[in-house]
Design a protein around this ligand. Structure first.
Ligand code: GDP
Length: 445
């Protein structure tokens, strides 16, 4: 699904090579692909239009910086703009209120409100050492009240009882009183789910908002909702002054375009992402990482294919077994890793396959220099005797000088390589399973 975009972008990036500026004409095709990608990721159409217009404006006439090609520059503009649109920095829960700080949870039925309420309770207890009370205003579904009771207990918070014969407003007042009397820091209010936007229920949550004066009004939205998210978001934004968004079910296979739509429509920051049904499946939302997901990570797949194709699997397995058996990782293994790096088709070819936000960061790196560096390292290890490679601790001053001479480098470079080897060895010991090679095998499936 994702790789189609990245293939196209890669091709277009190549076509744009050698051009020094982003112009109306060379940007056209690329923007079309970006637009398709956003639509495929289920970003709502008006949001896509807006976004593309902004990127175009930012990109036109922009000088292509340093070693970056116009295509890469454009992709990095798209990425940055995506991340910026979805929010920058960390937006944690605001608790700056006279205790108890009230947090009102809003959203459609099934969006994940109850689960998220418990996840947040757990987060606030564990990360911010707060005393947390939860209450359900969902008097229409007794099962919903019970569900909150169960997950609240699992989260280690206290649950305030409510019953279907009560009015949501009365429940809210009673819970607030109780929270005040018992010195709770936070009161989390779960609300009635609605299957679709419903006038009566909207009024109910508005009244709840007015009565509780929450410091946070969080809109919980299912990332799998795709295009529909925009209408839900609009309705909730009109009804309530939203202070934040929780995007749930990001562990599903949607590309998460809803994040962009919802953020743009509500203007509220995306504070958390739900990444599992379990109570520890709540993450602080990372806009940059999410931008990569929306644009598609097909490049990563291509990269891994190339990597695993180039790797000598037998050697990798031997290495893995060795580390596991505690035989240790020596300079021969280090050399074989360096050689496998070379087999993967050289660094610059790998760079082309990395997601653009990474290449943008690495833009300043001189690839030729990095490849020469690999060759030099190979030379140094090859100037060592078999015994030295197996027992690097033997390599003292005289041996270092001999090795440096043999490889035509300074002694400092030998020192640097030994230091790098030691770091890698330490890492391998920690991983106890073959490290890089094992990871690659896993990624390669
Ligand atoms: P509510 O009706 O808005 O209160 O939604 P619930 O909290 O009952 O969640 C609806 C369903 O979605 C339940 O089966 C949850 O376990 C599931 N769910 C909620 N959040 C997540 C999430 O982040 N990831 C996954 N995989 N499932 C979730």
């Amino acid at each position: 699904m994702a790789s189609a975009l990245t293939d196209k972008l890669t091709r277009l990036v190549k076509e744009m090579r050698g051009q020094a500026r982003i112009t109306e004409t060379n940007v056209q095709d690329m923007l079309r692909e970006v637009r398709m990608a956003l639509l495929e990721a289920d970003v709502a159409l008006p949001v896509v239009r807006d976004f593309i217009a902004r990127v175009k404006e930012k990109a036109l006439g922009q000088e292509v910086l340093g070693s970056l090609k116009p295509g890469q520059t454009l992709v990095s503009i798209v990425n940055r703009e995506l991340a910026a649109t979805m929010g920058e920095g960390v937006a944690d829960i605001n608790l700056a209120a006279q205790p108890p700080a009230v947090i009102l949870m809003a959203g459609l039925q099934g969006a994940g409100k109850t689960t998220t309420t418990a996840k947040l309770a757990k987060h606030l207890i564990e990360k911010r050492k707060k005393k947390v009370l939860t209450v359900s205003g969902d008097v229409y579904r007794p099962a919903a009240i019970e569900q909150l009771k169960t997950v609240t207990k699992q989260a280690g918070a206290e649950w305030f009882p409510s019953t279907p014969d009560q009015k949501p407003l009365d429940i809210a007042h009673a819970a607030l009183d109780y929270a005040k009397k018992h010195y709770f820091d936070v009161l989390l209010v779960d609300t009635a789910g609605r299957l679709a936007i419903d006038e009566a229920l909207m009024k109910e949550i508005k009244d709840l908002h007015a009565a509780l004066n929450p410091v946070e009004t969080l809109f919980v939205v299912d990332a799998m909702q795709g295009q529909d998210a925009i209408n839900t978001a609009k309705a909730f934004k009109e009804a309530l002054p939203l202070t934040g968004i929780v995007l749930t079910k990001l562990d599903g296979d949607s590309r998460g375009g809803a994040a962009l739509s919802v953020r743009q429509i509500t203007g509220a920051p995306i504070k958390f992402a739900g990444v599992s049904e379990k109570l520890d499946g709540l993450e602080v939302f990372d806009a940059e990482r999410h931008a990569g997901r929306i644009l598609g990570m097909g490049d990563i797949v291509a990269l891994v294919e190339q990597v695993t194709a180039g790797v000598d699997m037998e050697a990798a397995q031997k290495l893995a077994a060795k580390v596991k058996s505690g035989d240790g990782f020596d300079l021969n293994d280090f050399l074989s890793q360096i050689q496998q790096m070379k087999q993967m088709g050289g660094l610059s070819s790998l760079m082309d396959k990395l997601p653009s936000q990474l290449t943008a960061k690495a833009g300043a790196l001189d690839m030729d220099k990095a490849e020469k560096d690999i060759k030099r390292k190979e030379g140094i290890i090859q100037s060592m005797t078999p015994l030295e490679r197996r027992k690097p601790e033997l390599i003292k001053a005289t041996r270092k000088k001999r090795i440096a001479n043999g490889a035509g480098v300074h002694v400092q470079e030998v020192n640097r390589l030994l230091k790098e080897f030691e770091q890698m060895q330490g890492m391998m010991k920690k991983m106890k399973g073959g490290g890089l090679m094992k990871m690659m095998k896993k990624m390669g499936g």
